[in-house]
Design a protein around this ligand. Sequence first.
Ligand code: ADP
Ligand code: MG
Length: 376
Amino acid sequence: MEEFENKGGPGRTELEKIGEFGLIERLTRDLPLYHKEHTLKGVGDDAAVLRIPEGHVQLVSKDLLMEGVHFDMTYCPLKHLGYKAIAVNLSDIAAMNGKPLQVLVGIGVSNRYSLEALEELYSGMRLCCERYGVDLVGGDTVSSRSGLAISVTVLGSAPEENVCYRSGAKENDLLCVSGDLGGAYAGLLLLEREKREFLANPAVQPDFKDFSYVLERQLKPEPRLDMVELLARLGVKPTSMIDVSDGLASEILHLSKDSGCGFMLYQSKIPVDAETCKALDMFKILPEVAALSGGEDYELLFTVSQADYPKIKDSREIRIIGHAVEAAQGNYMVPEQGTLIPLSAQGWQAFANRRPEEAGENGEGGEDREAGSFSE
Ligand code: ADP
Ligand code: MG
């Protein structure tokens, strides 16, 4: 993560000093455009002017992230936060089997944040946009009484016939997933543990060696746009697809409900990285539990028809983890031995460890701490 190294401590310019227009000017200065033929005008007018690629349909998605609910400033560096805010939106376009082209970014900021802090946030956003060739074409900037809110809208496109919905899985289709699961949750557990230790004794430096992979999975997820390309190269169109933001169990149930089928998930096939297992072991959490309920892995979960099996069987990035069955059969995890385990979208409640919003910490001094919050 060398491009994320802290490049020395910047000063602190108060936002009142430069005003809204000064801030927008600084944040949007020299934004590159990677799609000149589709982005006719980016930042700088009352609206951006875009052209949808010929023969494509438009894909649009939005995410809103609230400090104290979706991220915690005590362990989420601003540059990573900026990167992640863009990345999770690009993941939604990947999950539709499309290509992202532009993003819009709305921010609500309290006076707790300086110009330099917001520039740090934007440097992460710019880095993600650069890596995936996406144009940042506009946004809005408002002041907030409490912390930071970041809203990203992503615009993408795909030929209509390529679009993958959650609703197309058919009985006997193979259930597949990209990459590996549970890592982002393992990273969160480590960061929360370090936070507790830091609050108890600020002199102690975190010891994160040997855990760079899981930390990166939590702090800097990558959208699997490479999978969209791989599937196209293999000549495979998934019958249904979703990105894994809330944990495998919850996403399988989404595909099940929208497609009108059930799923059998083979426990032994759930891919979990060795470092993830090692980290989870410290917290006495089973790898499958983290994969099923941990969330934020941003891998792609999809179904393909049996006829496409020869095309995907040799791909290391695609794991076959189950198959679709009749709706009446329900959704189960199949262990190597013993009885079937029903899948439920327990999400985070399944864990003794609390999510950031329950930890009640607001970071950066936290002067403008909110009274309460509702969960996602
Ligand atoms: P308006 O008053 O029409 O809303 P603004 O002054 O808010 O215009 O914005 C000026 C330009 O800067 C617009 O092109 C807008 O899209 C862009 N912009 C404003 N805030 C942001 C932001 N946080 N990030 C990126 N672009 C922004
Ligand atoms: Mg505006």
